[in-house]
Design a protein around this ligand. Structure first.
Ligand code: ZN
Length: 268
């Protein structure tokens, strides 16, 4: 599932079309991705507008078009953004294709947990809900105090589960949450109420560091953070803790409905 850095990567994929006008729109109208805004409304609202800018926030994206028209996009489990030649036909899972003069902007989503919305505003600003999204890990508003206060609201919640809460940690998803716990050497199931102030400060700091590094490596050109991160080891059975001198077999188990991976020694 796309998280902070993957979403940032996908956001930029449509940028070659910035400044161009939407000439034709193709949709799969019955696709579940149009559950909030019907495909017909998106076609009507976007045709003839000019693509102005792209924005990402956590796991969400917002594309600005002329006429104060805002296309919201959530990639869900399996969504992707890509470009195609302007006259190419949509493939099976290409549910939304905006044909501009020199390029087509494609939203592809095989599992259709993703979502497309279209809104108009009248003040030149993005919709209110977008402007009111909580601060992302690298935003100035994402402070130590904010993280402490957020954690204190949910003392019984496992720290891994807290990290997945988009109200507190927008953009953090399953692999990043596991990575943060592993790099901090804390058990993912540790209740946040058992974390003292300095551990919560470390949670803030580690969240920011991993977000920064993921954006730098994955968000730019889908690079690989390397084998010293848990990330590359957590997907497969029999994965081994990559920490120098540990090499213990990693554990994978369900934690509040999400597959969680950790090292029973480093994070014991
Ligand atoms: Zn270990």
């Amino acid at each position: 599932m796309p998280e902070l850095a993957e979403v940032e990567y996908y956001r930029k994929q449509w940028d070659p079309g910035i400044g161009e006008t939407v000439e034709r729109i193709r949709t799969h109208p019955a696709a579940r991705v149009f559950r909030d805004t019907p495909a017909a409304a998106i076609r009507r609202g976007l045709e003839g507008t000019r693509f102005l800018a792209s924005h990402a926030h956590g796991k969400q994206m917002m594309f600005a078009f002329s006429g104060d028209t805002w296309l919201g996009l959530h990639l869900g489990m399996s969504g992707e953004l890509k470009t195609a030649p302007p006259d190419s036909l949509p493939e099976k899972h290409d549910h939304l294709v905006l044909a501009l003069a020199s390029v087509s902007l494609v939203f592809r989503d095989p599992r259709m947990f993703g979502k497309v919305t279209l809104e108009r505003t009248d003040d030149g600003e993005a919709p209110v809900w977008w402007r009111e999204l909580p601060p992302q890990p690298l935003d100035p508003g994402f402070t130590k105090t904010r993280v402490r206060d957020f954690a204190r609201r949910f003392p019984k919640t496992p720290v891994k589960t807290l990290l997945l809460d988009q109200r507190g940690f927008p953009g953090i998803g399953n692999w990043m949450a596991d990575e943060i716990c592993w790099q901090m050497r804390i058990a993912p199931h540790l209740p946040t109420g058992e974390m003292d102030e300095s551990t919560l400060d470390a949670l803030w700091k580690t969240t920011r560091r991993i977000s920064r590094e993921a954006l730098r490596v994955i968000g730019t050109d889908w690079g690989d953070p390397g084998d010293t991160w848990l990330m590359n080891h957590r997907w497969r059975d029999g994965g081994i803790c990559p920490r120098r001198g540990c090499k213990t077999e990693l554990v994978r188990a369900d934690l509040r409905g999400r597959t969680t991976c950790w090292c029973p020694v480093c994070q014991g």
